[in-house]
Design a protein around this ligand. Structure first.
Ligand code: SF4
Ligand code: SF4
Length: 189
């Protein structure tokens, strides 16, 4: 019988400390009760569950955790963080891991989600709050969705949605800024 060669698991012993200190996150307190996973509304589209993400961080399995799609499909609803009996900020950890994956140049398994994430953060960095018109423009262009929607005709639905939002005053034509722009930039740094 042929033996199956498994590639050795790469361990980064400083990874959990890095996650812990870089975002002030208390991952070490996790005792694997799985309350986070049991309350998460999007586990059905995750490749690994939220409690497993925390476990992999603690085990120093950086590669595996930064390459998983879970950190990108997480909707940041914070249910997990609220449910955790040990006050582990799982939602914050997901965010910190996203930023690490981007910095490490890892190929993002959810490119459209990444395009939305980037468009959203760029907008917040630029003016301190989101401007829906710019966000959609940037997302549609950078994700390639604009061309797809033009080709299959579904762009009409986007235009109709935008028009309806505009009529109801939900889509301003001019972006609004905020006073504390510098503070927001500092937080995002
Ligand atoms: S709820 Fe908290 S303690 Fe329980 S598995 Fe999730 S992170 Fe760990
Ligand atoms: S923040 Fe993310 S991981 Fe936590 S419950 Fe919501 S979707 Fe699930």
């Amino acid at each position: 019988m042929e033996s199956v060669q498994q590639s050795p698991v790469k361990i980064d012993p400083g990874f959990s400390d890095l996650v812990q200190t870089s975002a002030g996150l208390n991952v070490n307190a996790c005792f694997q009760c799985r309350k986070c996973t049991n309350g998460c509304p999007v586990t059905f589209v995750m490749d690994i569950h939220p409690d497993q993400v925390i476990r992999l961080v603690l085990l120093g399995q950086k590669e595996e955790v930064l390459r998983c799609s879970t950190i990108w499909v997480c909707s940041a609803c914070e249910t997990c963080t609220t449910r955790c009996p040990n006050e582990v900020d799982i939602a914050g950890t997901m965010d910190a891991l996203k930023e690490m994956a981007v910095k490490e140049g890892i190929q993002i398994p959810q490119p459209k989600t990444f395009a939305f994430h980037k468009a959203f953060l760029d907008d917040i960095k630029r003016r301190g709050r989101m401007f829906e018109g710019r966000l959609m423009q940037s997302y549609l262009l950078n994700s390639g969705e604009l061309f797809r929607k033009i080709l299959d005709g579904s762009i009409k639905e986007e235009i109709s949605l935008g028009w309806n939002m505009f009529k109801r005053g939900r889509l301003p034509l001019v972006p609004k800024g905020i006073k504390a722009k510098k503070e927001i930039k500092q937080i995002l740094k």
